[in-house]
Design a protein around this ligand. Structure first.
Ligand SMILES: *[C@@H]1O[C@H](CO)[C@@H](O)[C@H](O)[C@H]1NC(C)=O
Ligand SMILES: *[C@@H]1O[C@H](CO)[C@@H](O)[C@H](O)[C@H]1NC(C)=O
Ligand SMILES: *[C@@H]1O[C@H](CO)[C@@H](O)[C@H](O)[C@H]1NC(C)=O
Length: 235
């Protein structure tokens, strides 16, 4: 069992956006808000949910490879896939904005905080059942290391009602390794491990954000309060 570490690194903010309403409308210490929210969310994720409960959907691959003079065809079923470990979590691309719009001629103010939560060195585990033509089935345990998996998150609040909305967009991933790591390593797994496309499972990562991370943030709403609006440019 790999040790799961969760350290939050404070990353640089990328600009503060203040629009309309008042040129100097801004959110007070939105960076501190993101830092606390990210930290508490990861803490609750580890304690109440556990990282290993972040699952990746089952998927199948069709194999049709030529390796030297050896032709390999068949299929692979990947099941019970989940996050095994992450080295650390950080956040970046933090920005905030305050906007105004007219709803039935009544001004409505909305404030938003945007940031990206990043899991660094995230390892996913898989069970693989390899069924090659004219061969007995073979079972393998597999892992794959992502350099990072990132979750773009946006939190907006309507100021007259305090209604707060948590949304996430498509998760991104970065992976340098081209191949999965199969155990045991056999001549068959040497061929099969080349068929993985690292972006192919990212819809599961997107679900981690919408189904697990955002609900935790929402639960924390009363504890970690949305930043106050200020009109002095927050200098
Ligand atoms: C993978 O293939 C198996 C066997 O054909 C099938 O039972 C299973 O539903 C498939 N899984 C997915 C995710 O398509
Ligand atoms: C919205 O939140 C602010 C600050 O927490 C509070 O002072 C205000 O009463 C709230 N407004 C409503 C409509 O709940
Ligand atoms: C793959 O390995 C198996 C078992 O070691 C062996 O019987 C088979 O001939 C090998 N196939 C090729 C194409 O090397």
């Amino acid at each position: 069992m790999l040790k799961v570490l969760c350290t939050i690194f404070l990353s640089f903010p990328v600009g503060i956006l203040c629009q309309a309403w008042h040129n100097k409308a801004c959110l007070e210490n939105h960076l501190g808000y993101v830092e606390r929210l990210a930290q508490e969310t990861i803490y609750k994720l580890e304690k109440d949910v556990k990282f290993c409960n972040l699952k990746v959907d089952d998927f199948n691959q069709t194999i049709n490879n030529q390796m030297y003079s050896w032709h390999v065809s068949g299929s692979v079923q990947y099941t019970d896939n989940f996050l095994i470990s992450i080295q650390n979590v950080h956040f970046d691309k933090v920005s905030s904005m305050v906007t105004r719009r007219l709803a039935n001629e009544v001004p409505e103010y909305q404030a938003g905080v945007l940031f990206t939560l990043v899991f660094n060195h995230a390892k996913i585990g898989f069970n693989a059942l390899v069924k090659l033509d004219n061969q007995p089935e073979q079972r393998y345990t597999v892992d794959y290391l992502y350099d990072s998996i990132s979750f773009p998150i946006s939190i907006t609040r309507l100021l007259n009602t305090n209604e707060t909305t948590y949304t996430s967009s498509r998760a991104g991933s970065v992976a340098r390794l081209e191949m999965m790591n199969f155990l045991p390593s056999t001549n068959v797994s040497q061929v099969v491990r080349r068929n993985f496309e690292s972006s192919s499972i990212s819809s599961s990562f997107t679900k981690w954000a919408s189904q697990t991370i955002l609900p935790i943030m929402q639960e924390l709403e009363d504890i970690i309060t949305f930043p106050k609006i200020r009109l002095d440019g927050c200098k």
